[in-house]
Design a protein around this ligand. Sequence first.
Ligand SMILES: *Cc1c(COP(=O)(O)O)cnc(C)c1O
Length: 361
Amino acid sequence: MIKFLDLKKINEQYETEINQAFQTFFKSGWYMLGNSLKVFEQEFAQYCGTRHCIGVANGLDALILILKAYDFEPGSEVIVPANTYIATILSISHSNLKPILVEPDINTYNIDPARIEEKITDKTKAIMVVHLYGQATNMQAINKIAQKHNLKVIEDSAQSHGAVYQGKRAGNLSDASGFSFYPGKNLGALGDGGAVTTNDDKLAEKIRVLRNYGSEIKYKNQYKGINSRLDELQAAILSVKLKNLDNETNNRRKIAEYYLNNIKNNKIVLPMVTARESHVWHLFVIRTENREQLQKYLQEKDIQTMIHYPIAPHKQNAYKEWNHRCLSITEQIHSQVLSLPISPVMNIDEAKVVVDAINNY
Ligand SMILES: *Cc1c(COP(=O)(O)O)cnc(C)c1O
């Protein structure tokens, strides 16, 4: 069987080092906001090329904490791609701000910069972009619009650890960025985890305090903060895995390139790559008219696939106030996408099985 993503196999690569990290952690007797977190924050900031990294509990909180720190007036508007995982949009709703959905580019699946300016009002405060499936958004166009209208730019980098755009990494392409270290992400912990990266000293300091009840000095609370800390143990495990992230990304690229060069079936639309290094292939997503039929066909051949995502956020019950809206490009994408197996531990022989199956479909 070809698994969609063999997490067990991915993490077993690091078994010895993770066991060592656990022993060091256990013997230290220190569980929260300690040295392992500090070390990982430094390493991940350096990896992204940013001045700061603040470890938090998960990717959703990372985005919420950025918005909290900016303290926009309630009801202010944040522009966000309609085509994303719902967490991006939830971070805005949870901050008492209004998500303004913008359709994506049908080729890259990322927010279409050409559709942003028509949505800007005097209430707009920020543009939150998502490097969806692992490919960097067109930041040059986004940052130009933001500069012209005096807006903050926030990246949701939950799917794009290590993606490089015009010489800079995801997380270093805007005012502040949220990362997730959920186990299935390109850099995954053995549980929940997340981080904010930024070059803004004041913002970093505020988020560092906000993640810990708004308290810098114990029992003295400066802000109405939340409890959202990255565990010492997860930080230590992430330090182990970060060392090998670029190698893992290279294997993802090898599989993706094999698919791109060898899948030849006119019923299938392959993903568009804007630049080799700008895509870290969190997911390899194809489009086809009858994806349920293709999924079933592949399943019969023991090839696991998944759908990212089956229902657009504006069509979810959670946002029933928007259910009547029609965002045709987003809906088309949600009805046609299918994610093929890709991972750092997949090999070309396995990719060939997938390619042969699709080419015979
Ligand atoms: C995974 C993900 C998140 C949320 O991360 P969690 O750690 O699960 O909270 C946010 N945005 C995108 C695009 C994601 O893929």
